[in-house]
Every structure is written in structure tokens, then in C-alpha cells.
Design a binder for this molecule. Structure first.
Ligand code: LLP
Length: 430
């Protein structure tokens, strides 16, 4: 079990000291439940791992993992900056009160409108292509405004993760190839409106070995060295996110400490080798910080036994938790109202979306399940609620924040009215 989860004597699963069965009764299902303390713990663990070994470290939490306002406020309190990828996320970071110097904008295919907004707010703009640089150059010249910029460099390494989660392969759509880096920086340096401040990589997500990070970081540090020779001194080096979590207990995993112990000595030796001024190291973890902090609660509505399979039908589907269908992802499941009961049968937990790919958990051995039981899907804090949709005309679920026995609703359950909000039916159709 995870450190913030527990089982009461009556067999009820708890999170942050709160009974999940009671939460489901009070707020209904499907329901995301996030543990505040666990987010703080993971943030501090990540930050300390690097800050204990290197003088200047900044964490820019990847908003895409979970950008519920309350979660963003917790991370702001902890001192995290933001890695944002859209105008919407820039809006959220401002809403939370982050100062622009703590925000890095790393979207791909940024629109001119997004670039203008980023410029106006004064956030660091991390280019994904040379074309984007040229477009910002035009915008800056027109507005006579200076931008702090960097490039996302694609180091061409394989992170050994799900193909959808690898972003630093030679063929990926992200970043500029390492071979183009010199040209890109030399050109950017000539632009009077650019303050060329850093270099960035993000090689993928749910990575469970330090090797690809080390390989990519080596390339990035060598590029920083070459840039130094050409007179471009970098203020920061951003190693992106990607540290995986333990979705499955028996699979390999790494901790931030493992990564820091492998990465920091490499960075230090490259600083010496190339005679660099000590850059600030940025990291952009998303999943590691919020991933295991939340669970999703869903209610069993239907039980179907066929000669081939037993299906446990719940009131959630891939519109609530996309990861199993989209990436074949594994989320451990617990019967939250009989968490201590012995395992008895093998079942598939089926979602309620009208698609055959909508299976939330396959071949799980669980206690005997009855109608009305409550299923908890663990480790759903990252890319959970944030990837939810209204597909099949189901309103988005609610989200609750728990902390040491207390709880607050942080996202109201949507209503049917939300399904039609903003839509118009021309008079002639009525
Ligand atoms: N920085 C950049 C530029 C990113 O694109 C990402 C994630 C991160 C940081 C944070 O990565 P993390 O530490 O969370 O691995 N929806 C997928 C994950 C997509 C990740 C996208 N980029 C999933 O559910 O597994």
C-alpha cells in the first residue's frame, strides 16, 4: 500500500486519513481524491534530491500533469515554478500568482497569439523550432519588447517507455535536432530583442532508468560547452520531466535521488571540462509529484459473467481515466469498501463508454465484488482528471482534496447543463 493510504478495521480504504467510502457517499462517483500532504512530500523529496548536491536548482512543475487550481496552489506554496504549454496554462499560472520569471513556456506549434501572450506576460519562451523563433522575432520587433528565450533540443535518445511517451527520439516531433543547435543559437544571439538564457530537453515520460537521462544530459552539456566557445553563456539548463512512478510494485523504478546522484556529478564534470559558469538547473517533473497522490473512486453498477470472462462494470470509463485505454497503462485497483478481504476471483473492470477498448483494468485478482461496491484506481493523480472528457455526454467528475483527516471539494461535479454550455441552436432548427 502507498504511505498515504490505509485500511480501517471495517475494511474501508483511507486516503490522507479520510474514509473513501464516506467520501463516495458524500460527493458521489466517479470521484478523484487527492492527498495534499503526499504532493508536498513528493515535491520536497524531488527538490532536496538535487538541491542537496547542487547549489542552484529550480523545480518547474509540469502543469499538464494536473492543473486543478488547488493543486497548483499547493505547489506554489512549496516554491515550485511552472512548465506550461499553452495560453490556458499561462493563464492558470498567472491566476495562481506565479511571477513570470518562474514560468517556462514549452509548447510545440505555438500560435502567434500564444507567443504574444507569453511575451506580454514576460515568461521564458522555449522554442520548439526555428520557425517559431522567427515568428517571435517579428512579434518582438513589432512590439519593441524583449523576450527571455531558450531552445528545446532533441537529443535523440530512446527512453525505453511507451512509444506515445517517448519525446526525444530522432523522429519525434519535439524540439530542434542537436545538429541544428549551433545555427539556432548563433541566429538567436544576433536578435536584439532576445535574451538567450538557456537550453532545454525533455526526453519522455514514465522513464524508469537513469541511463537515458544521463545520455541526453551529456549531449546537452556538450552543446552548452560548444555554445560557450561561441560566446553564448547560458543561465539555465533545463532537464525536463519524465521520472516514472511505481504503478506496478514488481517493475523497476528510479527515485529523484538516483537521478540526482547520476546527473549532478556529470553536470559538474562537464562544467569543469567546458569552463562553464555554473548554470541554474531546472527540472520539470509532473507525474512524480502528483502521480501517486490521487485515487479515482468508481461505483460498481453491473456484474456480467460470461463463459469466457467476468466483467465488473463501473460508473467510470476512459472519459474519466484515459490512461488504460490510450497507453495500455496499469493502475492498481482496490475494492475500497473491502480492502482487507482475501482475493477470490479474476475479473476485468469494464468502463461505461460504448467502446470495446474501454477496459480500465484487465485480469485483476480481487475480493468477490458485488453491486454497489467501490473500486479505487490508484496512482491517478497525474494525467487523470486532466485528460478526462465529456465523451458519451457524461459531465466531468468531482475532485476532493484530503489532508490529515480533513477534506475539501476542489472541483465541483459538472451538471447536465455543463454539457450544453456555450452551444447555440439557430432559430430555424427549433
Ligand atoms: N516537460 C515537458 C516539456 C513535457 O512535455 C512533460 C510531459 C513534462 C515536463 C512532465 O513529464 P512527467 O514528469 O510528468 O513525466 N499523458 C501521458 C503523459 C504525457 C507526458 C507529456 N509531457 C500519460 O498519461 O502517461
Amino acid at each position: 500500500m502507498r504511505p498515504h493510504l490505509g485500511v480501517k478495521e471495517d475494511g474501508h480504504l483511507t486516503i490522507g486519513g479520510v474514509d473513501t467510502v464516506e467520501l463516495a457517499e458524500e460527493f458521489g462517483t466517479p470521484l478523484y481524491v487527492v492527498d495534499e500532504d503526499r504532493i508536498r512530500e513528493r515535491y520536497r523529496e524531488f527538490y532536496r534530491a538535487f538541491a542537496d548536491l547542487y547549489p542552484e536548482v529550480e523545480i518547474r512543475y509540469a502543469y499538464k500533469a494536473n492543473s486543478t487550481l488547488a493543486v497548483l496552489h499547493i505547489l506554489r506554496q512549496e516554491g515550485a515554478g511552472a512548465d506550461v504549454l499553452s495560453a490556458g496554462e499561462i493563464f492558470l499560472a498567472s491566476k495562481v500568482g506565479l511571477s513570470p520569471d518562474k514560468i517556462i513556456f514549452t509548447g510545440n506549434n505555438k500560435t502567434n497569439e500564444e507567443l504574444e501572450l507569453a511575451l506580454e506576460k514576460g515568461v521564458t519562451i522555449n522554442f520548439d523550432s526555428l520557425h517559431e523563433m522567427e515568428r517571435l522575432q517579428r512579434i518582438c520587433s513589432a512590439k519593441k519588447k524583449k523576450a527571455k528565450v531558450s531552445f528545446r533540443v532533441n537529443p535523440a535518445v530512446s527512453p525505453e517507455t511507451h512509444p506515445h511517451l517517448a519525446t526525444g527520439l530522432r523522429e519525434s516531433k519535439f524540439g530542434i535536432p542537436a545538429e541544428q543547435a549551433m545555427t539556432a543559437y548563433t541566429r538567436a544571439k544576433e536578435v536584439e530583442f532576445f535574451d538567450v538564457a538557456g537550453i532545454h530537453m525533455h526526453i519522455g515520460s514514465q522513464i524508469t532508468s537513469v541511463d537515458p537521462f544521463v545520455e541526453a544530459a551529456t549531449k546537452l552539456m556538450d552543446i552548452a560547452g560548444e555554445l560557450m566557445d561561441k560566446g553564448v553563456e547560458l543561465e539555465f539548463i533545463d532537464f525536463g520531466g519524465g521520472v516514472g512512478i511505481r504503478y506496478e510494485r514488481d517493475k523497476p523504478y528510479i527515485t529523484p535521488k538516483d537521478l540526482a546522484e547520476a546527473l549532478v556529478p556529470l553536470v559538474e564534470s562537464k562544467i569543469d571540462e567546458h569552463g562553464l559558469k555554473k548554470p541554474i538547473l531546472y527540472f520539470e517533473p509532473g507525474r512524480y509529484i502528483v502521480g501517486d497522490a490521487a485515487i479515482l473512486l468508481a461505483r460498481v453498477s453491473t456484474i456480467k459473467e460470461t463463459p469466457f470472462k467476468k466483467f465488473i462494470g463501473v460508473d467510470a470509463g476512459f472519459h474519466v481515466l484515459l490512461r488504460p485505454s490510450f497507453y495500455g497503462a496499469y493502475h492498481e485497483t482496490v475494492v475500497a469498501n473491502k480492502a482487507g478481504a482475501p482475493w477470490e476471483e479474476k475479473v476485468d473492470i469494464a468502463g461505461n463508454v460504448c467502446e470495446s477498448g474501454d477496459i480500465l483494468a484487465r485480469d485483476r485478482v480481487l475480493p468477490r465484488i458485488d453491486e454497489g461496491d467501490l473500486i479505487a484506481f490508484l496512482d491517478t493523480g497525474a494525467y487523470g482528471i486532466i485528460m478526462a472528457s465529456r465523451y458519451n455526454s457524461r459531465p466531468l467528475p468531482a475532485e476532493v482534496l484530503v489532508n490529515r483527516g480533513e477534506y475539501d471539494l476542489i472541483r465541483e461535479r459538472e451538471t447536465f447543463e455543463d454539457l450544453i454550455r456555450g452551444q447555440r441552436v439557430p432559430g430555424r432548427l427549433r
